[in-house]
Design a protein around this ligand. Structure first.
Ligand code: HEM
Length: 203
């Protein structure tokens, strides 16, 4: 189970790296985000790559929930706890998020681009849910990586202890979360959402 979880996790991590870079680029403007997504979709939105990705997400959620229940009571150290609780949140998030993206695309017939992600983040009262929902997801992703790093890493790197390296990963996650939320909300000033996305924000 652990091996399967590790390899499906690796597959998803490659996508998430590209996906979060895409959201980060929104700090340079909405058009920059839209342009990069157009390019990245050539890579991940073809039948082969997207099927592999969606199967990996499914496998990750099922194996992750199984590991959560088998590990929950056994480990009490900080990074053990961070690993299982960030993993549980990621399982919840991935289920809802990928379900929403597929529903948006095939049921609502929307282009699931920048505006699809930004609609809830920039509309009151939906943002009260979406800001922590997305913010925690990015931090949970880095928290999960930091714990795996702490548990598997054996040596110092650039003079940093394993503990310091793991803290560095956590810090990167916090900074990236703030930058992505800054970009996706037009520098916290809000984004005008096109009418096509009204259905997502109760209009
Ligand atoms: C601010 C945070 C995020 C926003 C606004 C966001 C938004 C989006 C959008 C708009 C799409 C559709 C992409 C497309 O149509 O090409 C998408 C897809 C996806 N996102 Fe996110 N996302 C965020 C964070 C995350 C995180 C943290 C993860 C993983 C832990 C994640 C995993 C995925 C996956 C697996 C897909 C499905 C890709 C596909 O099959 O096309 N996202 N997201």
């Amino acid at each position: 189970m652990k091996r399967i979880h590790f390899f499906s996790g690796l597959t998803i991590t490659i996508f998430i790296g590209l996906h979060l870079t895409n959201h980060f680029v929104s700090i340079f403007g909405i058009q920059a985000h839209l342009d990069l997504m157009d390019k990245l979709r050539i890579v991940y939105r073809n039948v082969i790559v997207e099927s592999i990705l969606l199967i990996a997400v499914f496998v990750q959620i099922i194996s992750g929930i199984n590991l959560f229940f088998s590990k929950r009571k056994r480990n009490n150290k900080f990074y053990d706890k961070l690993q299982i609780w960030s993993g549980l949140y990621l399982a919840f998030f991935l289920l809802i998020h990928v379900g929403a993206v597929l529903g948006g695309r095939y049921v609502l017939n929307l282009d699931t681009n920048f505006y699809f992600g930004a609609a809830g983040l920039n509309t009151f009262p939906f943002n009260l849910f979406f800001i922590p929902y997305y913010g925690l997801a990015i931090m949970a992703f880095f928290g999960h990586i930091a714990s795996i790093h702490f548990l598997k890493m054996k040596t110092k790197l650039f003079g940093l202890t394993i503990e310091q390296q793991s803290k560095f990963i956590l810090l990167k996650g916090i900074i990236l979360t703030i930058l992505i939320l800054y970009g996706m909300t037009n520098g916290f000033n809000g984004v005008e959402i096109p009418e096509a996305y009204d259905v997502m924000i109760g209009k």
